[in-house]
Design a protein around this ligand. Structure first.
Ligand SMILES: [Zn+2]
Length: 318
């Protein structure tokens, strides 16, 4: 595995995309533009960002682009995808999938409800896939849902074809392409809809947004997320992998157990510092100014969450 190298590539690509002015990006009508903000920027970046294919082990590979990482399982039953990226990434995701083989997409699993993991649901469904997710993913996609923090965006109810047709509550196991997939719900972490997808034969875990590899995570308090839940999920991920397990994060390069441990340690350290300062009566601006993540900010704070946005998310939950 080459987490450092591919991380640098993906970060550079992202920053290049972020610096571009996009003259015209066509959005579906149901996603009427809402002024400014991270979500609008993400739509534009995803339309430009390259999507690369990384082969992992056995019949599992991963697509790395501007939105959530997509796991791809291939075989006689057709392609199975874990997550569907940002809607504007469709042309580049399609191209990447076609570069693997010409097989149709037959199944889609969502790791949680966010737009950068479910944005392609409708077109993937139209291409022939049935959609499986946690019951709270269906709930949040079925109605208008507001996200606060630095998103400040109200997502309208998704179109019917984008809604998962099969949902589960705690655990679900399926067999596709001569491969076992073990799906497991996390107690509320990044949202209340997070699941992991584990491929036991290949020993690959897709942890969705319970794991960000060297990037500060967004935490969606509005749909059940919290810093403490995010830390609990990080602990759960560490407990279930070995040094040989390949771990796909929601964002960032593919990693392993050492990267999960680093992620947990960074969250715990910053949470501890923020909580101590808040207990001393410090205001949010004062805590931000104290730079509790100073050791990590240069690397961890330049993708979706800058250091002050992340400190605000931690401050809210301690
Ligand atoms: Zn997310």
């Amino acid at each position: 595995m080459v987490p450092e190298a591919s991380l640098e590539i993906s970060r550079r690509q992202f920053l290049t995309a972020a610096g571009l002015t996009v003259a015209a990006v066509c959005f579906p009508r149901y996603l009427a533009a809402q002024a400014g903000g991270l979500v609008e920027t993400a739509f534009k970046e995803a339309a430009k960002a390259k999507v690369t294919v990384q082969n992992l082990r056995r019949n599992v590979s991963v697509l790395l682009g501007a939105g959530g990482n997509i796991a791809v399982l291939t075989g006689p039953d057709g392609k199975l995808l874990v997550d569907s990226e940002i809607i504007t990434a469709r042309p580049n995701v399609s191209k990447a999938l076609a570069s693997i083989n010409a097989d149709p997409i037959k199944q889609l699993i969502n790791t949680h409800w966010h737009f950068d993991h479910t944005g392609g649901n409708e077109w993937v469904h139209e291409a022939g896939a049935s959609i499986l997710a946690h019951e709270n993913t269906r709930k949040h996609l079925s109605q208008a849902t507001r996200v606060e923090g630095n998103w400040q965006y109200t997502f309208p109810a998704a179109p019917a074809g984008a809604i998962p047709s099969t949902v589960f509550k705690d655990e679900h196991t399926l067999h596709v392409n001569n491969t076992t997939l073990m799906l497991k719900h996390y107690s509320p972490a990044h949202t209340d809809s997070d699941i992991s997808v584990y491929f036991p034969e290949a020993d690959i875990l897709h942890a969705g947004d319970t794991f960000w590899n060297r990037d500060y995570p967004f935490i969606d308090y509005g749909t059940g997320g919290s810093i403490d839940g995010q830390i609990r999920a990080a602990e759960a991920n560490i407990a279930r992998v070995t040094d040989k397990t390949i771990v796909i994060p929601g964002h960032g390069a593919v990693g392993g157990k050492a990267d999960l441990i680093l992620f947990r340690d960074v969250l715990v350290e910053i949470r501890g510092k923020v909580a101590a300062l808040k207990q001393q009566g410090k205001s949010l601006p004062e805590v931000v100014a104290a730079k509790p993540g100073a050791r990590y900010d240069a690397v961890w704070g330049n993708l979706f969450q800058n250091p002050s946005d992340f400190v605000a998310l931690v401050y809210q939950g301690v």
